[in-house]
Design a protein around this ligand. Structure first.
Ligand SMILES: *Cc1c(COP(=O)(O)O)cnc(C)c1O
Length: 368
């Protein structure tokens, strides 16, 4: 039996470079609370991503939850069911009612033409996701937000480093949220960030992620503990040096997958625009059982029998989990495209060190 292949595998920096920095940490003994490495990573990430202000978090979910608090979002928020559960959970933990909107088939992102019909007097914001790192239709979404006086918070957990027309997409909306979880394409073990556009908002974010402390004896808000620690910040600094090389490795692998599946009847993949700089963090295919002959579940099982662990991102839809399915907007009639995509999708293994032979083997198992 071949060794198991998982959907992703983290790339790790050189071990000695990690222990060198740990030695420094052992000497200065400043383990968390805006330490040296935390400050350095914020500065380097802002430069690298092309954003003005970034605040580091202990994970992406807390960053999402704090982001909603920063903008004082209440009532109802329009969001996508085609995402990781944390997107909707962050609303629930803020006492906000999620309102699910369908997605568009071309990329699985929120369908801007279906947002307006879901707006009520209680709606205060839109929470879209750049799913698989493919950019949402920001222009249309922002126009609706401006018309109705809504905030826009992007769940950009998949969109590290993505650009459109030579500019980062992370400055879109009021805030963007990143995740640096071990399974993401840029990781700090666990981690996350909020990107914002002015110093006052950054200040408020920094208060809220540190219990609301604005000084030794001053608490200005009911904050939480969501700070990134120094070991994670060290990992982040070292990962940054590896990022571009790994991105290019993944691009080659994605190109190979695409060339193999291009002519296969019943298998579709997302073709992104030429003016988009992708991060190649996922490779989802969509399997039409009637045309391909095998269902998504058949292919998933077949790969599993061969010790290859693809993942059904995102199945089940968030709206179909028992915690959310009683919501009116969670009905399948409201979300036909999202339900179809969730039934057809399979994310194939993709990471910088995945061997070409293994991609060829995976494709062969699927096609033959
Ligand atoms: C990973 C992920 C999150 C949560 O991030 P964590 O760092 O794991 O808390 C949120 N939204 C999406 C779309 C994600 O993929």
């Amino acid at each position: 039996m071949n060794k198991p292949i998982y959907v992703t595998q983290p790339t790790l920096p050189n071990f000695e470079s990690f222990t060198d920095k740990l030695k420094e940490l052992w000497e200065n003994k400043h383990l968390t609370n805006n330490g040296k490495f935390h400050q350095e990573l914020e500065q380097k990430l802002a430069e690298f991503l092309g954003v003005e202000y970034i605040s580091l978090f202990s994970n992406g979910t807390l960053a999402l939850m704090v982001g909603l608090q920063v903008l004082r979002i209440i009532g109802e928020v329009i969001t996508t069911p085609y995402s990781f559960v944390a997107t909707t959970h962050s609303l629930h933990w803020n006492g906000i009612k999620p309102v699910f909107c369908d997605v568009r088939e071309e990329d699985g992102n929120l369908d801007p033409d279906k947002i307006e019909a879901l707006i009520t007097p209680q709606t205060t914001a839109i929470l879209p996701v750049h799913v698989y790192g493919n950019p949402c239709d920001n222009e249309k979404i922002q126009k609706i937000a401006d018309t109705y006086g809504l905030k826009v918070i992007y769940d950009a957990a998949h969109a590290f480093g993505v650009e459109q027309d030579n500019d980062t997409i992370l400055n879109w909306g009021d805030l963007s949220i990143l995740s640096f979880h071990a399974t993401k394409t840029y990781n700090t073990f666990e981690g996350g960030a909020i990107i914002c556009k002015d110093a006052k908002t950054k200040q408020r974010i920094d208060y809220l992620k540190n219990f609301g402390f604005a000084g030794e004896e001053i608490v200005v808000a009911p904050g939480i503990n969501a700070k990134m620690n120094e070991v994670s910040a060290i990992m982040g600094l070292l990962q940054l040096d590896l990022y571009e090389e790994n991105r290019m490795k993944r691009q080659k692998l994605v190109d190979l997958y695409k060339s193999k599946f291009k002519t296969v009847e019943g298998i579709r993949f997302i073709n992104s625009d030429k003016n988009i700089k992708e991060n190649y963090s996922y490779f989802p295919i969509f399997i039409d059982k009637n045309k391909f002959g095998k269902s998504r579940n058949d292919v998933y099982d077949l790969l599993k029998q061969n010790n290859i662990f693809a993942r059904k991102y995102f199945y089940p839809l968030i709206s179909n989990f028992s915690t959310y399915r009683a919501l009116k907007s969670a009905s399948k009639e409201n979300l036909p495209v999202a339900n179809k995509m969730a039934d057809e999708v399979l994310c194939l293994p993709l990471y910088a060190d995945l061997e070409i032979e293994n991609i060829e083997r995976i494709v062969k198992i699927i096609i033959e």
